[in-house]
Design a protein around this ligand. Sequence first.
Ligand SMILES: NC(=O)CCC(=O)C(=O)O
Length: 279
Amino acid sequence: ENLKHARDMVLKAAKGSTDSKKPDIIVLPECFNSPYGHVHFPTYAENIGFTPGKPYNVAETTSESVKMLSAVAKETGTWLVGGSIPERDATDNNVYNTCTVYNPQGELVATHRKVHLFDIDIPGKIKFKESETLTGGKSMNVFDTGKVGLGICYDVRFPELGMIAARKGCHILIYPGAFNTTTGPLHWELLQRARAVDNQVFVSMCSPARDMSAGYHAWGHSMVVDPMGRILNEAGEGEEIIYATIDPEVMKETRAGIPVTTQRRFDVYEDVSKNATVQ
Ligand SMILES: NC(=O)CCC(=O)C(=O)O
């Protein structure tokens, strides 16, 4: 049911809105094929078996989610950031929270396993422990359609990931995410605008809609922020498709006007991106 719904939403998004042309890239939310909760991840986990740099044959995968996402990317001729799904690695049997990315030909071109697991405990408000059943990813990942850096939800709280991707040439940071009704109102917008202004890049987070009958109450409010920190578009808490135009000129103007990208003092502090490997 979730796969069918996600497919229908991608098909709908691909048509564009009345005032926007057909999109080049579509983004789905975190954990779109499974309820969001550590007890559910092993049940819903699928084997993907992707190795960066090696050929990948979608026809041979057992992952129903990968098959659907690949097919709909091809059918719509758009890049597709397929939110995230629980992934079981056949070699180590660990379960990861994994984002898969497809080009307009439907080829799986990149994956990102959530690096920072969402383990928090705010007494009386929210306790969540992804590490009960998930393992954290061990790599930073980008893909190339104007170079996009990938993270998943809690990853946005760790500025190094976005900063290194930006210094490696990414102009857009995309984080499928699912903040909640405790941290969402305080930090969801703030973190995206912070990452955007720090790095002078576009930032977008895509959330599931809020479902008060579910075990986890997602914040919603998917948004796109420009390199000046302006919110280009924002959804409400319900199910919604939003569109935004990524204008490279805005990034150039931002960097020319406020030239922090060329004013860094690596004689005073270290450039942590220098030795970082990004896949
Ligand atoms: N799915 C997540 O990683 C949630 C992160 C979150 O809500 C936060 O406050 O951080």
